[in-house]
Design a protein around this ligand. Structure first.
Ligand code: FES
Length: 216
């Protein structure tokens, strides 16, 4: 199942900061299922569920993700966050006030492929694609995009892991002074079309192994 998170979660999740939690039939499995309903022969062209589970690439339609929203999908049994970042959020990622809070702002640790070793940690700055497991003990951090909010006036927006308080910005770069040691991992991915991201496959002519990542 795939869901779209429109706003923040966390300790204040029960108040007005918590937004509706939309559930859309947009996961790879659901897309395959829909295709089967409309055009049964397409089934033979799509990977079977067990193939997807074994690690086959999955294609995700980006068009339902509005600016500021996050889509959560599953790849190889791991949660994958896909965020449609706004121009304001991208600007914040380059502000000194954000960068000065980070442990590895330039992504020097191998937690991403070479094509995501940049300030936005992605191919297209608009879309963040990361594995959603905290590099401390593997909890799923909560999407907390609002500036300030329950995390205080200096909060630039990003992820909060309530397990032990680790924080990441909206490029999934970990803050200093928290238990998590590394930025969230970026999986192999590329964009075969304007509104599609393929997760589990590098861009053409790039050889990079997800298994080489320092910590998932
Ligand atoms: S698992 Fe995220 S802070 Fe401990």
């Amino acid at each position: 199942m795939t869901d779209i998170t429109q706003g923040g979660h966390g300790p204040g999740a029960h108040d007005e900061n918590r937004r509706d939690f939309l559930v859309l039939a947009a996961s790879a499995l659901a897309v395959v299922g829909a295709a089967v309903t409309a055009w049964p022969f397409i089934d033979t062209l799509n990977p079977a569920a067990d193939t997807i589970a074994a690690g086959a690439p999955i294609d995700i339609d980006l068009s339902p993700i509005k600016p500021g929203q996050q889509l959560l999908v599953s790849w190889r049994g791991r949660p994958i966050f896909i965020v449609h970042r706004t121009p304001e959020q991208l600007k914040m990622l380059q502000e000194k006030s954000d960068v000065s809070l980070l442990s590895d702002p330039d992504s020097e640790v191998n937690q991403q492929p070479p094509y995501a070793t940049n300030w936005h940690r992605s191919i297209d700055p608009t879309y963040l694609v990361v594995v959603g497991t905290c590099t401390h003990l593997g909890c799923i951090p909560e999407y907390t995009p609002e500036l300030g909010g329950f995390l205080g006036a200096s909060w630039p927006g990003g992820y909060f892991c309530p397990c032990h308080g680790s924080k990441y910005d909206l490029a999934a770069r970990v803050f200093t002074g928290v238990p998590a040691p590394y930025n969230l991992p970026v999986p192999p991915h590329h964009f075969p079309s304007k509104n599609t991201v393929r997760i589990g496959e590098n861009p053409k002519d790039v050889a990079w192994e997800f298994a080489s990542i320092v910590q998932i």
